[in-house]
Design a protein around this ligand. Structure first.
Ligand code: ADP
Length: 169
């Protein structure tokens, strides 16, 4: 299955699991995290209190509560610090660990936001390459969507996927 690109609000997507770019407390924040907590309702925060936080690169899951998605997979992206603090590996771990968890809970479809590219400052083009590198290995097992909130992010993904097709991947 090809990776789907979507422009819009991840909270509206009708998939088994949406991924949240959370912070280590898992208790809500700004950006996509805030949007997911608002749309899921207060039960999400109450549930997340029981999860005991999450380390960078790891992933934990909760129900979706009022969301169309059945589950939310919360992962904590790295804060961009210039690129020599293991950020690329940590970002790859976010995608990989979210996919492993999605498979464990039986999700057949998953949508990702552009993790770390908002408040956490990861350069969007580099983040798109990492995201796609990990996701490409899962296309036979799951329906994968990248949910971009900004047109500029969408263009990075479009360009990368077109490069891949030209290279015969
Ligand atoms: P981080 O702290 O990981 O950088 P942000 O939430 O600030 O997290 O940004 C991550 C990405 O999520 C950014 O590309 C931002 O544009 C995007 N984003 C913000 N709100 C939404 C939303 N409702 N749906 C999908 N993506 C969103």
């Amino acid at each position: 299955m090809a990776i789907q690109l979507h422009l819009g609000d991840i909270t509206e997507l009708n998939v088994d699991a949406i991924v949240n770019a959370a912070n280590p407390t898992l208790l809500g924040g700004g950006g996509v995290d805030g949007a997911i907590h608002r749309a899921a309702g207060p039960e999400l925060k109450a549930f997340c209190r029981t999860l005991g936080g999450c380390a960078t690169g790891q992933a934990k899951h909760s129900p979706g509560f009022a969301l169309p998605a059945r589950w939310v997979i919360h992962t904590v992206g790295p804060i961009w610090q210039g690129g020599d603090q293991n950020e690329a590996r940590q970002l790859a771990h976010c995608y990989q660990n979210s996919l492993v968890l999605a498979e464990e809970i039986g999700a057949n479809s998953i949508a990702f936001p552009c993790i770390s590219t908002g408040i956490y400052g990861y350069p969007a083009d580099r983040a798109a390459r990492i995201a796609l590198d990990v996701m490409q290995a899962w296309t036979a097992r799951m329906q994968l969507t990248v949910c971009c909130f900004r047109e500029s992010d969408l263009s990075h993904y479009r360009a990368r996927l077109a490069d891949g097709r030209r290279a015969g991947q």
